[in-house]
Design a protein around this ligand. Structure first.
Ligand code: NAP
Ligand code: HSE
Length: 430
């Protein structure tokens, strides 16, 4: 067997620790598949004294992770620290500049700086691999970039954040409110102490930007993703969704049309019968549509030590075998310059819940606003009876343009009889 592939591991948390464990536990299998052993020889983390539940003896410890890039004994750098800036960015840049291939799980870094890092990798002729960055253990990067490479992909969508999917699942199953379930998710270690990247949709938007770049062969464009999170989803809307035959999911959706590329992350109602509606808890799922293959659905664990290690180690095996493709599937010069479409161009059905005063004439006022904005209704639902008090009124629209919907919402919000900001959730076919 040839000499081992020597790996430097920056970050020994969930991902880094998982990689070290997997490489040790499955060493023989990995060596057979890689054609040579893969050995971590140098590591870096912030706190050298921390007990990591695994032996680190014999590994060269670096206080400064960026210095790993200059170690001549290292073949590949694995970046598992996180963050779009700081040491993660500096290390990846330094390693690529030094002609060393890099494996990273860092979707924030790739979404924000992926274009410049890909250019550097291309200039140096080295790999920048990132299977773990999107949907954890689901091999979606390879599926899109290699497995479906012959297809013109028209759409890619999915449940890309396990924390949000867990929160929405528990809210539905136990009829509980968002804040309570978030606190529980934090206690269980699912959500970060600062969970805003997860619940505000930013983590899913990072992942969607990466998927859209791969699927449509265009430079990564995080700023073009429309982002809404799940803070505004209530237990009441989840219950109404169920009654109407839908599940509420935080989805990332990217589509290519003649006009350009749309990319959006927001809560959606999807029909109960759609495959994505049944993906619950911390699981992720990705649906891609190709012109020759049709629909492909991938599902699995999107986070955690085991799934992310599975993805990182698959990248290491590729590198050991000398396999790599350009970062975004094609050389930078061959990427598409299709324009990004704003959310204003979206059209679809909408769920709308209004808390209105229960008195005669209110529905007439509401429907007059919708009529004037050109919004057509498919159904309307009112439950309960409390004269003079607030009652929920639920409306489902026919296909409506986003701009018309926004006009209608502003006018509805201004009605005296509407007591809270309207709750709005876009309905997707699933
Ligand atoms: P984590 O558990 O917080 O671990 C981060 C590691 O990086 C820790 O070992 C930390 O050192 C080290 N680190 C942070 N700043 C450092 C610095 N300035 N210098 C040296 N070491 C530093 O994070 P994680 O969950 O493993 O996530 C790592 C990356 O993988 C992130 O980009 C994340 O988005 C991505 N990712 C994570 C998951 C997941 O399931 N967790 C899934 C997919 C992708 P100490 O241990 O000494 O503090
Ligand atoms: N915070 C992410 C999630 C995990 O909840 O899905 C890593 O991608």
């Amino acid at each position: 067997m040839t000499r081992p592939l020597s790996v430097a591991l920056a970050g020994l948390g969930t991902v880094g620790g998982g990689v070290l464990t997997m490489l040790r536990t499955n060493a023989d299998l990995v060596a057979a598949r890689a054609g040579r052993p893969i050995a971590v020889t140098a590591v870096s983390a912030r706190d050298r004294g921390r007990d990591r539940g695994m032996p680190l003896a014999g590994l060269h410890w670096y206080e400064d992770p960026v210095a790993l890039a200059a170690d001549p004994g290292i073949d590949v750098v694995v970046e598992a620290m996180g963050g779009a800036e700081g040491p993660a960015r500096a290390l990846v840049q330094a390693a690529l500049a030094a002609g060393k291939p890099v494996v990273t799980a860092n979707k924030a870094l790739l979404a924000v700086h992926g274009a410049e890092l890909a250019a550097l990798a291309e200039q140096k002729g080295v790999a920048l691999a990132f299977e773990a960055a999107v949907a954890g253990g689901i091999p979606v990067i390879k599926a899109l970039r290699e497995g479906l490479a012959g297809n013109r992909i028209t759409a890619v969508a999915g449940i890309l954040n396990g924390t949000c999917n867990y929160i929405l699942t528990v809210m539905r199953e136990r009829g509980r409110e968002f804040a309570e379930v978030l606190a529980e998710a934090q206690k269980l270690g699912y959500a970060e102490a600062d969970p805003s990247f997860d619940i505000d949709g930013i983590d899913a938007a990072h992942k969607l930007a990466i998927l859209a770049a791969l699927a449509f062969g265009r430079p990564v464009a995080f700023d073009a993703v429309h982002v809404e999170g799940i803070r505004g989803v209530s237990a009441l809307d989840i219950a109404f969704a169920n009654e109407l035959g839908y599940r509420i999911k935080l989805l990332g959706l990217a589509r290519r049309t003649e006009a350009g590329i749309s990319a959006r992350v927001h809560p959606c109602m999807v029909p109960l019968a759609s495959p994505i509606a049944r993906v619950d808890g911390v699981f992720n799922a990705v649906v891609a549509e190709g012109d020759f293959v049709g629909q492909v659905i991938l599902q699995g664990r999107g986070a955690g030590a085991g799934p992310t290690a599975s993805a990182v180690v698959s990248d290491l095996i590729d590198l050991a075998r000398g396999r790599y493709t350009p970062v975004w599937g094609a050389a930078s010069g061959a990427l598409s310059n299709a324009p990004s479409l704003s959310i204003e161009t979206h059209a679809g059905a909408y769920y709308l819940r209004l808390m209105v005063v229960d008195r005669p004439g209110v529905i007439a006022d509401v429907t007059a606003v919708l009529r004037d904005a050109g919004v057509s209704l498919e159904s309307m639902l009112q439950r309960g009876r409390s004269p003079g008090e607030a009652v929920p009124v639920v409306l489902v629209t026919h296909e409506t343009g986003e701009a018309a919907m926004r006009t209608a919402l502003a006018r509805l919000d201004a009605l005296d009889a509407v007591l809270e900001h309207p709750a709005v959730i876009r309905i997707e076919p699933g």
